[in-house]
Design a protein around this ligand. Structure first.
Ligand code: SAH
Length: 240
């Protein structure tokens, strides 16, 4: 399986926990690959890497799409997981450090194209693999993951998030889902909450404060997720 991640700080705890070792990229992309064997399952963690021009982690949808394409092309995974941090809503019962798995579909909340046909294309609605068994087994919340290329949200974004029933807000998953669907590979997301969108403290401040804690929680859940699928693959395939 392949785990696609945006930030080094998000990836470090899971890379360490499963003892993954880095393999050469052999690609012009800044992506970094870390591989490990978990039970009967090969795991590759693909991290978007540092933006060569700006020197920061390549967060957002372009890098996520390229990384997903590259990891599928090179490793032919049977399952892709978009893993990282995200915002949640107090009004929907989210707490800092909660880990959600994706349900139903992935949507974009910043692609507004008011032309027949293109409006739906903008939203995306790429399918999530069925995570009900995983969520029950690991005691995780489930929700619709909504993606944009901004950390904050405009009033238009808020309206679109409400219209599409978004529960978890981040900057990569819909792009990963788009590429996975094109490639015919089942995909879902695991997202740890760093910030509460409807809290009075600024999102960026909450994010910085909670990144380390959420990344540890994410790593714990990813280890158990890998275990869950390593077993169920042996039993005849993921619940996808
Ligand atoms: N200033 C930060 C940048 C993090 S951007 C830094 O360099 O340390 C936020 C990243 O976390 C993105 O990859 C995104 O997927 C995720 N994220 C966490 N909370 C988010 C939110 N409320 N909205 C959008 N993305 C969020």
């Amino acid at each position: 399986m392949a785990v696609v991640m945006a930030m080094e700080a998000e990836a470090r705890p899971i890379v360490e926990r499963i003892g993954a070792r880095e393999v050469e990229g052999a690609t012009p992309l800044p992506v970094r690959f870390f591989v490990a064997r978990a039970g009967d399952c090969d795991v590759v963690i693909a991290v978007n890497g540092r933006d060569p021009r700006h020197g920061v982690d390549s967060i957002g949808t372009e890098a996520a799409a390229l990384t997903t394409w590259e990891v599928i092309r090179r490793f032919a995974p049977e399952l892709v997981i978009s893993a990282g941090t995200a915002g949640g809503w107090q009004a929907k019962g989210a707490c800092i450090g909660d880990v959600y798995v994706s349900s139903d579909v992935f949507v974009h909340h910043d692609r507004r194209i008011a032309i027949a046909g293109f409006d739906a294309y903008g939203v995306g609605r790429y399918p999530s693999a069925d995570t009900t068994g995983l969520a029950e087994s690991l005691g995780l919340k489930r929700g619709v993951v909504t993606t944009s290329n901004s950390l904050d949200e405009s009033d238009d974004d808020r309206r679109m998030i409400a219209a599409n029933g978004g529960d978890v807000k981040e900057m990569e998953a819909a792009a990963v889902a788009y590429v996975a669907e094109l490639a015919g590979v089942p995909m879902f997301a695991v997202k740890a909450i760093t910030d509460l969108v409807d809290h009075h403290t600024a999102t960026a401040e909450q994010f910085t404060e909670n990144l380390a804690l959420a990344s540890e929680r994410l790593a714990e859940v990813l280890v158990r997720t890998i275990g869950f699928f390593a077993v169920s693959v042996g039993n005849g395939g993921p619940d996808a």
